[in-house]
Ligand binder design. Structure first.
Ligand SMILES: *Cc1c(COP(=O)(O)O)cnc(C)c1O
Length: 481
């Protein structure tokens, strides 16, 4: 028998199987609406369908695709279903998937400008575009003192911001000496858990994270922030970092940036603004009020991988002073030395993030922006918000339900007037039905349903069906109890 020279997939085979995969995805887009939204498998169910050991010899590609249907799909919760309203959206779109595919095909490492100039320059350029598209402060532009970078997640953005804040506050000495336990960071009780994680990783210590009280709309109380800072200074501590959120995860609370920003300016604290989901709304000028006061921010991030039709991972992160970030994260081992870096004329994004290596993520974002155009993106964001607001109006008119907070954008928090038990029973009923998927939060100690409208294919019709499902679940629950 002839010895085989290579086991690689040839370009011809790749083309054939690749077309089959694209067709599979197109078919999935057509039918995802009809699949049960949430996977209800028992733990271990997927593994029980997998062989104990890997194949010794390569298998035909069509068998793999068959097993995606047999083994994988039953274990998928369909985030791309238009009736997925849980947590936050994690949407995607045709142009995004194709950009991702090209990125995988090119397989470049974008750690340095020199390792693929297009990877860096497209990223810088698209992030400059987004400054204009979202109406962000111009100091975030790469041509000014700042600049943008794509991170894997809002969690990484918060960590990088905190590390730079820590360095700035210590005259860039804590990289050298470590932390002395006196630096203090501030967030609200509603801030995303990634901030506590960042505080732990950055060596600030959880004890030195102050969770500031919120008002009735779950927005940080600036006077509580100011007095906590004063108490900490009086106690000999060094306040250094404040996180404000536009669109908190539980309830979409919008922290009052102008007042928080002025406190940060007067106290010389790094202000990081987290707009992970809600930031996308600022594509539309009528929602840009949520960013009032952003001019005080040292850094800002939002996730196109939540609500801007770009598949995970893609978090856009900007700083007003790129030197602080780069000084904090730059390391130049001999094997990475090159002429372009030494000339100072280029951006090396490995100095803007924790890992060294980086994917070519700007490609999918560029494709999304070019496919939809700014007006196309605005159209869909407005549709989502209008649909969510319509749902809120039905709640307000209903004798049985009430809003937990007045919804600013696309997230509706509501509950049944009979209380926690009824509200939870309704959630379980609709989720078990497979027709849609919602999640919950606890607000003011009360069990609250969250309906978040932001999946790519979600329209008013799906939101209407969700309301009908909620109403009939409540009716069934009443007749059974
Ligand atoms: C979702 C979310 C995050 C975390 O986002 P990742 O990109 O998954 O890290 C952070 N902050 C807010 C406000 C969020 O809604």
């Amino acid at each position: 028998m002839d010895e085989k020279r290579s086991f690689h997939m040839s370009p011809d085979e790749f083309s054939r199987h690749g077309h089959a995969v694209i067709d599979w995805i197109a078919d999935y887009m057509r039918r995802v609406e009809d699949l049960p939204v949430m996977s209800h498998l028992e733990p271990g169910a997927v593994r029980s369908l997998l062989p104990d050991s890997p194949p010794q010899h390569g298998e035909p590609f069509p068998d793999m695709l068959k097993d995606v249907n047999r083994v994988i799909l039953p274990g998928i919760t369909h985030w791309q279903s238009p009736s997925f309203f849980a947590y936050f959206p994690a949407n995607t779109s045709g142009p995004s998937i194709l950009g991702e595919l090209l990125s995988a095909g090119l397989g470049v490492q974008g750690m340095l400008w020199a390792t693929s100039p297009a990877c860096t320059e497209l990223e810088t350029h698209v992030l400059d575009w987004l400054v204009g598209m979202l109406g962000l402060p111009t100091r975030f532009m790469s041509g000014a003192s700042g600049g943008g970078v794509i991170q894997d997640s809002a969690s990484s953005a918060a960590l990088c911001a905190l590390l730079a804040a820590r360095e700035r506050a210590t005259g860039f000495r804590s990289n050298e000496q470590g932390c002395d336990g006196r630096l203090v960071a501030y967030a609200s009780t509603q801030t995303h858990s990634s901030v506590e994680k960042a505080v732990r990783i950055a060596g600030i210590g959880r004890r030195n994270l102050r969770l500031i009280d919120v008002d009735g709309q779950f927005q940080m109380r600036p006077e509580a922030l100011a007095s906590q800072i004063a108490r900490d200074r009086a106690g000999g501590l060094s306040p250094c970092f404040v996180v404000a959120t536009v669109g908190t995860t539980a309830s979409n609370g919008i922290d009052p940036l102008p007042t928080i920003g002025r406190i940060c300016r007067d106290e010389d604290l790094w202000l990081h603004v987290d707009g992970a989901m809600a930031g996308t709304a600022c594509l539309c000028p009528e929602f840009r009020w949520i960013h009032d006061g952003l001019e005080y921010a040292d850094s800002y991030c939002f996730n196109p991988h939540k609500w801007m039709f770009t598949n995970f991972d893609c978090d856009c992160f900007w700083v007003a002073d790129r030197t602080a970030l780069i000084t904090t994260l730059s390391i130049l081992p001999e094997y990475l030395r090159n002429k372009a870096t030494e000339s100072g004329a280029v951006i090396d994004y490995r100095d803007w993030q924790v890992p060294l290596g980086r994917r070519f993520r700007a490609l999918k974002l560029w494709f999304v922006i070019r496919h939809y155009g700014v007006e196309g993106l605005r159209f869909h964001i407005r549709e989502h918000i209008a649909a969510a607001q319509e749902f809120a109006a039905w709640i307000e008119k209903s004798p049985d339900f009430e809003l937990a907070v007045k919804p600013p954008l696309n997230l509706i928090c509501f509950r049944h007037k009979r209380g926690d038990e009824m509200t939870r029973a309704i959630m379980n009923r609709v989720n078990d039905s497979g027709a849609l998927c919602m999640s919950h939060a606890v607000l003011d100690g009360r069990f609250t349903l969250r309906l978040c409208v932001g999946q790519t294919l979600t329209t008013r019709l799906h939101v209407r069906r969700a309301w009908d499902a909620v109403v009939s679940a409540a009716r069934e629950e009443r007749t059974h109890t």
